[in-house]
Design a protein around this ligand. Structure first.
Ligand SMILES: *[C@@H]1O[C@H](CO)[C@@H](O)[C@H](O)[C@H]1NC(C)=O
Ligand SMILES: *[C@@H]1O[C@H](CO)[C@@H](O)[C@H](O)[C@H]1NC(C)=O
Ligand SMILES: *[C@@H]1O[C@H](CO)[C@@H](O)[C@H](O)[C@H]1NC(C)=O
Ligand SMILES: *[C@@H]1O[C@H](CO)[C@@H](O)[C@H](O)[C@H]1NC(C)=O
Ligand SMILES: *[C@@H]1O[C@H](CO)[C@@H](O)[C@H](O)[C@H]1NC(C)=O
Ligand SMILES: [Zn+2]
Length: 689
């Protein structure tokens, strides 16, 4: 008999509970362990491609069907071949593929492999689709040889669904007839949903595209059309359009459109770049190389209906997409962690482009309103993030999609604007030109940009920077947030502090720069420009800023990405100055406008239907909104009727916005319910294009 021991009842319960929880923890740990083990080991469980293979060119043929099949599904079929070179010995091929069904080979494989240039290809052992990481996995009997090229061939079928991603379907009604078109949105990770491909921005290749499409439709893709011919498939007439080989480019920049649209403007430029507006589109626009796709409100403009704000939007969006032809398409970020290089540049340059086209609009002044003020709010939260993250922090499609945010676009643009301002535009432009030339058809990280700019600075004696571009700029892109700079005119003291909306909030993520920045401060004193002063530490003194009689203004034109605070006396002097200059101006200009609004607002619903155009396009947003806000169900119903009948997307959006101005909760609830029912309920049945 062994040594026993006795325990009381209550204690027994405690032991039982402890025992159970121990077992549960062990089980949980073993599950986590086995998951970790599974996650870490296999190349197909990681989201990034290995660096063993490099694509050279693709031959892709896609055939979207614009009518439902017998199961009520819209679909497309395709064949694709990719020539790739082996850079590192491997017996494994990983290629992206998502939501595609494959025609299996006689050996029941998803793909066929042959060697190019007389090379013998190893036999395939087995293939499968790794759904989670969106890979097709191909195991080979022997290793691929370094320096040799191979050809991987596949045949597949995908759904042409209405999910706005990959190769998808869009619908509209014309003369009472429903029309279907096929189009793409491949950025950032949906090219793999149209055909199997090495779907990472650095995997640039040349694409030979062929589209099969119904008679009476037009097929568009990135390159120029080589020609269209009629072929017969299963006793059916089908058009086959081939395109010139694309430039060497990233897969996310491809585009395919099959539609009944006609070209409304034939100009020499139309040969280089096609702009097309689509009824269903998730982004504002997409910079596919040579074939830019837009949401209708971002491209279509009718002077009778669209407001000045619509016009500005159209001009800046087109300019943004054009800028991408260089920033993004020609020179691409190596990985999505630096997508701010694409979007920040396109956003900043869009204002320069629109300003060049329409110099009288003063559109550059709007940057402060449209970009800076908006992102200042987001970037003042402890939940913000740096512009550039580490490459290994970003891997899943969800992560990548999350990067397309205000920080990337607006902070990216404003930090580049600040850089351009302290370097001066000619120096900035020269550096960029060198950068674009050196990295054309290739990819970069931000240090490549700093380097090319530094070369110009070093070769030009007119610029004096207190530190290298890298030292200055890394502080703005590698740490989140921005400083508030306090100028004390009583002492000439200046100091900086990480600006937080909630000053009590605690910053959890440490920064190697300790949330301090190298701040370029342009400033003026009593209207006289005093040039630029660099704040390189937490506190400093700049004697010329000491004054007790004159107003001091720092961050002239808000070109720096920071806020400014002053001592109370200087604030007083600034306020006095502002009221002297501006009060009369405002009162004189704005009051009559308000009076005018009041008149047309109260009479809005009496306008005979079809004559909404009597309200000036620029006032519509305000007029409709106020009419709905001060009205009841009658006004709301009227607005809803006008919305359903709107023939232009810009007008429809203005009305949809106005409906939300109602002060009646039950009407707002009604609108929310309609929105909840989805696109079709919201879509005006007929539109012009
Ligand atoms: C790919 O397409 C091009 C252009 O149509 C053609 O010349 C070439 O032979 C094709 N390559 C392969 C391997 O099929
Ligand atoms: C692909 O195969 C799955 C499973 O058989 C099926 O549910 C799906 O509808 C297929 N997709 C297409 C586009 O045929
Ligand atoms: C501020 O902007 C105005 C108008 O664009 C311009 O004339 C002026 O030179 C700018 N000031 C500075 C210091 O950049
Ligand atoms: C509304 O319109 C009527 C005639 O259409 C006009 O007499 C009346 O003054 C207008 N109301 C306001 C507030 O302007
Ligand atoms: C709807 O719009 C069409 C064309 O714009 C117009 O002719 C028609 O009168 C409108 N119907 C209503 C109810 O407003
Ligand atoms: Zn963009």
């Amino acid at each position: 008999m062994g040594k026993g021991f006795y325990i009381g009842k209550r204690l027994r319960l405690v032991f039982l509970v402890l025992g159970i929880s121990a077992v549960v923890s062990i089980l949980a740990l073993s599950v986590i362990y086995s998951q970790e083990k599974r996650k870490s080991n296999k190349p197909w469980d990681k989201y990034r491609l290995p660096d063993s293979l490099s694509p050279q060119f693709y031959n892709v043929t896609l055939w979207p069907r614009l009518v439902m099949d017998e199961r009520g599904m819209y679909f497309f079929t395709g064949t694709s071949g990719v020539a790739f070179t082996c850079l590192k010995e491997t017996d494994l091929i990983l290629i992206h593929s998502s939501k595609l069904n494959y025609t299996l080979t006689p050996q029941s494989h998803h793909a066929m492999l042959t060697g190019l240039g007389g090379t013998l290809a190893p036999a395939i052992v087995k293939t499968w689709l790794q759904t989670q990481t969106q890979f097709m996995v191909i195991h080979l009997k022997d290793k691929l040889q370094v320096g040799k090229s191979y050809w991987l061939h596949t045949e597949f079928r995908g759904e042409l669904s209405d999910d706005l991603g990959g190769f998808y379907r869009s619908e509209y009604v014309e003369n009472g007839v429903k029309k279907v078109l096929a189009t793409t949105q491949l950025q950032p990770t949906d090219a793999r949903k149209a055909f199997p491909c090495f779907d990472e921005p650095a995997m640039k290749a040349v694409f030979h595209i062929t589209l099969l499409h119904p008679p009476e439709t037009v097929a568009l893709s990135n390159g120029m059309e080589l020609g269209t011919e009629i072929i017969i498939i299963n006793n059916q007439e089908v058009l086959r359009t081939r395109f010139e080989p694309s430039a060497k480019m990233s897969s996310y920049l491809l585009a395919f459109v099959v539609s009944e649209f006609t070209n409304i403007q034939s100009s020499p430029e139309a040969d280089i770049l096609i702009n097309i507006a689509l009824p269903d589109f998730s982004a504002g626009a997409m910079e596919n190389w040579g074939l830019v796709t837009y949401r209708e409100t971002s491209l279509l403009y009718d002077p009778k209906v669209s407001s000045i704000a619509n016009r500005q939007l159209v001009a800046t969006v087109i300019s943004h997409e054009l800028a991408h032809m260089w920033f993004g398409n020609l020179v691409t970020m190596r990985w999505w962690n630096n997508v701010w290089l694409n979007e920040g540049f396109a956003t900043y340059v869009s204002y320069l482009g629109a300003d060049y086209a329409e110099p009288t609009w003063n559109i550059k002044d709007l940057m402060v309103l449209h970009e800076l003020q908006g992102v200042f709010e987001v970037d003042a939260l402890v939940s913000s993030h740096p512009l550039s993250s580490r490459e290994d922090e970003i891997s899943t499609p969800a992560h990548i999609n999350g990067l397309f945010d205000t920080i990337t676009y607006s902070k990216g643009a404003m930090v580049l604007r600040m850089l351009s301002e302290f370097l001066s535009e000619p120096i900035f432009a020269k550096g960029l030109s060198n950068y674009l030339q050196q990295f054309a058809y290739s990819t970069t990280v931000y240090t490549d940009l700093w380097k090319k700019l530094q070369e110009v600075v070093d070769g030009d004696s007119s610029v004096h920077l207190p530190e290298s571009i890298k030292e200055i700029m890394n502080r703005w892109i590698l740490q989140m947030g921005y400083p508030v700079v306090t100028v004390n005119t009583n002492t000439g003291g200046i100091s900086q502090q990480h600006f937080l909306m909630d000053s009590e909030a605690k910053v959890d993520s440490p920064s190697e720069y300790n949330y301090e920045w190298y701040v370029p401060i342009t400033w003026m004193k009593k209207g006289v420009n005093m040039g630029q002063h660099w704040l390189l530490s937490k506190t400093a003194t700049h004697e010329p800023m000491r004054t007790n009689t004159e107003w001091v203004l720092a961050n002239v034109n808000v070109t720096g990405y920071f806020r400014v605070n002053y001592d109370p006396q200087n604030w007083e002097r600034l306020l006095t100055q502002l009221s002297l200059d501006h009060k009369m101006y405002l009162r004189g200009k704005v009051q009559p406008l308000f009076d005018h609004f009041r008149v047309i607002t109260s009479n809005w619903t009496q306008i005979p239907s079809g004559h909404m155009d009597r309200i000036h396009p620029d006032l519509k947003r305000t007029v409709y909104c106020n009419a709905i806000a001060s009205g009841g169900v009658e006004e709301w119903d009227f607005g809803w009727k006008m919305f359903k009948n709107a023939s232009i997307a810009a007008e429809a959006m203005t009305l949809l916005f106005a409906l939300s101005c109602s002060k009646e909760p039950w009407l707002l609830n009604r609108q929310a319910k309609v929105i909840d029912r989805g696109f079709d309920a919201l879509r005006p049945p007929e539109r012009f294009r």
